[in-house]
Design a protein around this ligand. Structure first.
Ligand code: BGP
Length: 497
């Protein structure tokens, strides 16, 4: 039995370009679907600004409602930028111009690993359509970032696709709804694997594939179950072929899939609730089942039938998915939730977001705080796949109150991480889970994906910026910065305050 975390455990932190990078119109970058998303709040949904074929400007919900009449964007529509609207992704917290400073801070914390995503349209402004040349300035930017990481012995963990589709692909191929997007994605993959083969050894194909839906996430005009799952099928094929390419170009690299997998409990022992919870969970596990095992699981028949979905496969698709499974399963864990038969959801949540659990505390945004659920999830997944796992997102979004020097005494955050690391350690030492690493979400404050807010903060580092994008962008270490530094230095042994 292991007594502690493995020596080479990858402690670090996680970010994504659309929430962190900024520089949306610099360095030759093309537009992406994320560039048209407004800010919002817990009770004001984020919107997408679009222009219809006849020139009419309007807005649609970023998160589809489940009603095709409301969610469907007519053909010929394009995203557009309204000068009077604030778009949080445009500058985000400006990693684009602060990367040296930020990576130095990560280095000071002792990070072994830093998760970031590539903005696809920075590499190929039109997404990599046939004959398109890559954008050298974009490629050079990430090369500089990775070289900076190397200075501090930080391994980059690179997500190839995180919540943004090149706008050109959305307009011309219906995003992931069109098979052409598979080839474009693979051109981008080939380019970056070749360019960064000596700098990046850890890759993730598609972030939280189970929760993706509609234009903002997949560039599709429709958000129906049929279009969603057809687009996901294209992603499965693309992801498998990216695994193949990665292994051919960088033989010593590891490439994983990524699913949102916060666990689900049945409300009670009523058999319908217990089985219902298991079946609801399949709405998330179907993704890792396909990408880790290499085939659509037997239960997918009834799953698709109930939704009236028929997946159109090309000859050879099943063989591709089978031949190139993921090396590891990366997942996000934030909050457990509860299943019971009365749950009514008007849109597919990818097996996430059941009801609230009365036995655990919640954050200000109503997210359950459940460290035991992390051990539960790790055990569930390792028992199922027996392949390495990687926790690439976990954390607590809160309102931080800095003092006059910008210092935040975030004992609540330390408590949250401490409790989760205790359970994570039990999973490794007692349950025998093969865990590669831990990269808490938003290791530096960044824009919230759900609400577009800045005040929902996750970081060990405070960034001076508000919900409308005002602020100096000054970076200040929070109390949790030194605490996490000590945790890393002792390989998770010293968790004291
Ligand atoms: C996950 C996403 C991240 C991140 C996180 C926290 O779903 O992969 O991009 O944002 O959730 O969510 P939020 O930013 O809404 O608090």
């Amino acid at each position: 039995m292991k007594k502690t975390f493995p020596e080479n455990f990858l402690w670090g932190g996680a970010t994504a370009a659309n929430q962190y990078e900024g520089g949306y119109n610099e360095g030759g970058r093309g537009l992406a679907t994320s560039d048209f998303i407004t800010n919002g709040s817990a009770d004001r949904p984020r919107k997408i600004t679009i222009r219809l074929k006849d020139g009419t400007k309007t807005m649609v919900n970023r998160r589809p409602t489940g009603d095709p009449k409301i969610d469907t964007i007519p053909e010929g529509t394009s995203g557009y930028i309204d000068e009077n609207v604030y778009y949080p992704s445009h500058n985000a917290v400006d990693f684009y111009h602060h990367y040296k400073e930020d990576i130095a801070l990560f280095g000071e914390m002792g990070f072994k690993c830093f998760r970031l995503s590539l903005s696809w349209s920075r590499i190929f402004p039109k997404g990599g359509i046939e004959g398109e040349q890559p954008n050298e300035e974009g490629l050079k930017f990430y090369e500089d970032v990775f070289k900076e990481c190397k200075k501090y012995n930080i391994e980059p963990l690179v997500t190839l696709y995180h919540f943004e589709t090149p706008a050109y692909l959305a307009e011309h191929f219906n995003g992931w709804g069109g098979r052409e997007t598979i080839d474009c994605f693979l051109r981008m993959c080939k380019e970056v694997f070749t360019r960064y083969k000596d700098l990046v050894k850890y890759w993730i194909t598609i972030n939280e594939i189970n929760v993706l839906n509609g234009y903002a996430f997949m560039g599709t005009r429709e958000a129906t179950a049929q279009v969603r799952y057809q687009a996901k099928h294209h992603m499965f094929v693309a992801s498998a072929l990216a695994n193949k390419l990665c292994h051919e170009i960088i033989p010593d690299a590891k490439i994983g899939c990524m699913v949102a997998l916060s666990c689900i409990y049945p409300k009670d022992c009523k058999p319908e609730n217990a089985f219902g919870a298991l079946d609801y969970r399949r709405g998330a596990l179907i993704y890792s089942d396909i990408m880790m095992r290499g085939y659509y699981p037997s239960y997918s028949g009834h799953f698709f039938e109930e939704m009236g979905v028929t997946i159109k496969k090309e000859p050879g698709d099943d063989e591709i998915i089978k031949a190139y499974p993921s090396d590891f399963l990366a997942f996000s864990y934030y909050r457990s939730s509860v299943y019971h038969t009365e749950i009514v959801q008007n849109t597919d949540t990818g097996g996430q977001m059941g009801d609230v659990n009365p036995f655990v505390e919640k954050t200000e945004w109503g997210w359950a705080i459940d460290p035991v659920g992390l051990r539960y999830t790790l055990s569930e997944l390792y028992d199922r796949y027996q392949k390495p796992l990687f926790i690439v997102e976990n954390g607590m979004g809160t309102i931080d109150k800095p003092d006059e020097n910008g210092y935040v005494e975030d004992d609540y955050r330390i408590q949250y991480f401490r409790d989760h690391i205790v359970e994570m350690k039990k999973a490794v030492t007692l349950d025998g889970v093969d865990l590669m690493g831990y990269t808490p979400w938003g290791c530096i404050d960044l824009v919230s994906a759900g609400t577009g807010e800045m005040k929902k903060r996750y970081g060990f580092i405070y960034v001076d910026m508000d919900d409308e994008g005002n602020g100096t962008l000054k970076r200040t270490k929070k109390k949790s910065f030194d605490w996490y530094k000590k945790v890393i230095a002792t390989n998770g042994e010293d968790l004291s305050f």
